[in-house]
Design a protein. Structure first.
Length: 296
């Protein structure tokens, strides 16, 4: 009996470490990006789209400095950062995440939900094509998609159905990825994008805003995935958008309560938390993920 018990325990512990190993491997693969595309902040940035009414005036020089700091931070974490020139006809062009989605060897080029932003994707598609390693697929009209609505966890591709991304784009994404990854639509009732209220901590853990909209998204995700994710709830919606690259978690500076919560989780998972001040980009609804397109 004792022998049998020992064998069962041994098998169980072997299974646990195998699964842990698998998860760890999946996690590493997911966040160990090799390169990022970024786009210089335009001189016309003060004219960017803003949801606040009245909008808060932007300090352009400070915005440029903060954006440069962000790019420098990425350069320290990645093998390659490809910087596209700004386009003054597109004041929002530095928010490059919205223009395309890269998942492994597939790049989906957005048809962005805000008409003012359509066209930003042209230079981005050209730059991705130059890599020569990605199959490029365009979202077709009348589908609209902003990259800020796409949350990829390795297991699932969550697609925020928002003011910017519609159900037709969701159908197209299901056709593109559906045979490999489960693609799930998540209604976004408040805020700009899905990732304005939820983002990736690791392949099993998501950071979510402790707001009505955040809780609604958390419930949707939990139910649709049979509760496979753990959620880290933070009080500041802006701080719910974190940027995970390798073993570093980039967090917005200036939200101490949320930062303390994230720091505890980082310590538990041996991750390094780094903060960055993006006050001027926040005024144009910019989050941390929106400044880059990451790729392995
Ligand atoms: C916009 O309204 O499209 C821009 N002002 C902000 C885009 C932020 N994008 C993102 O978080 N993915």
């Amino acid at each position: 009996m004792k022998k049998l018990l020992v064998s069962v325990v041994t098998i169980l512990s072997a299974m646990t470490s195998y699964c842990y190993g698998q998860n760890k491997a999946a996690d590493t693969l997911l966040v160990n990006y090799r390169l990022a595309f970024v786009r210089t902040l335009s001189d016309s940035f003060e004219e960017s789209l803003k949801s606040a009414s009245p909008s808060i005036p932007i300090d352009l020089n400070l915005a440029k400095q903060q954006h440069t700091n962000y790019i420098e931070l990425l350069k320290g974490l990645l093998e390659q950062v490809i910087e596209l020139e700004s386009d003054s006809n597109h004041p929002d062009c530095n928010f490059i995440e919205d223009t395309a989605l890269i998942v492994e060897d597939i790049a989906v080029i957005s048809r962005m939900g805000a008409i003012e932003r359509q066209g930003e994707e042209v230079a981005v598609a050209q730059a991705i094509a130059k890599l020569g390693t990605k199959k490029i697929i365009y979202i077709q009209s009348p589908g609209t998609m902003d990259g800020g609505d796409i949350l990829f966890t390795g297991k699932h591709l969550f697609v925020g159905i928002s003011r910017r991304t519609n159900a037709l784009a969701l159908e197209q994404l299901k056709a593109i990825f559906g045979d490999k990854i489960e693609v799930i639509g998540i209604p976004v009732t408040q805020g700009l994008h899905l990732k304005s209220i939820i983002s990736l901590f690791d392949s099993n853990t998501l950071v979510v805003a402790d707001t009505e909209a955040g809780r609604a998204v958390q419930n949707e995700i939990s139910q649709a995935t049979h509760h496979v994710y753990t959620f880290i709830s933070v009080p500041d919606p802006v701080a719910s958008n974190v940027l995970r690259i390798g073993s570093t978690l980039i967090v917005q500076e200036g939200f101490p309560e949320s930062e303390a919560i994230l720091q505890d989780h980082c310590l538990a998972k041996h991750l390094k938390l780094v903060t960055i001040n993006m006050s001027e980009l926040i005024k144009a609804d910019g989050a941390l993920t929106c400044g880059c397109i990451l790729s392995n």
